[in-house]
Design a binder for this molecule. Structure first.
Ligand SMILES: [Zn+2]
Length: 214
């Protein structure tokens, strides 16, 4: 028995069906998949399996805001698969876009760390903390693209420069909307010495819909 099962009995992360680890067959057939598991922007390239809508949006909101941390394993598997297919061979260190300490205390966990850790388990590695969010920022939801950029500018700092030198980094986050958070984190990692940074997010939201992340 997986030790995690004691705390999180296996359930489909989308519909809650019991006895399913990850995604049940019914949800797998109906998930709002990205047509291409890939977005490009000022952050470079981002592997992303899902569109932030329908049952994917509901499940991610539970994961992020309603204590549904047991879903991390199933979500991490989706993210890992998209990252392997789109970005395979282009990274050697995995990190994540962290929440501030204050947010982590309020929520009890950092959802992007949990995603990164779940993906890394499948790759027999562990994520490395390379960034800290030194400034607590208001949530990105409800902000315009320009406001999102201003909101995160200078909010992150590299914290392990020795691990970053010439490293090819995979940066994990939960949702990509305008790309402002990814762009800022990629900039900080590259300024601190990373050779390259590619990204992977669980879901992609359009800015018009005013998603729940950067
Ligand atoms: Zn399901």
């Amino acid at each position: 028995m997986n030790p995690l099962d004691v705390f999180f009995p296996p359930r489909c992360v989308f519909c809650g069906a019991r006895g399913v680890r990850g995604t049940c067959a019914s949800c797998a057939a109906r998930l709002p998949r990205q047509p291409k598991q890939r977005r490009e922007g000022t952050f470079g390239v981002c592997a992303v399996p899902l569109r932030y809508e329908g049952r994917a949006r509901e499940a991610i909101l539970r994961f992020k805001f309603r204590g549904g941390r047991g879903a991390a394993e199933g979500f991490g598997a989706l993210l890992a698969q998209a990252a392997a297919e789109e970005l395979g061979g282009t990274f050697e260190v995995v990190t994540w876009a962290p929440v501030s300490r204050r947010r982590e205390r309020e929520r009890g966990y950092d959802q992007s760390f949990l995603l990164a850790r779940a993906a890394c388990r499948l790759w027999d590695t562990a994520p490395a903390r390379l960034l800290v969010k030194r400034r607590h920022t208001p949530p990105q939801s409800g902000l315009s693209a320009a406001e999102r950029r201003a909101n995160v500018l200078g909010a992150y700092e590299a914290c392990a420069p020795e691990r970053l030198q010439n490293a090819r980094v995979l940066l994990v986050d939960d949702i990509v909307t305008s790309g402002a958070t990814l762009t800022e984190c990629v900039r900080v990692l590259r300024d601190a010495g990373a050779a390259s940074v590619v990204c992977a997010c669980l879901a992609s939201a359009s800015t018009e819909k005013r998603g729940n992340a950067g």
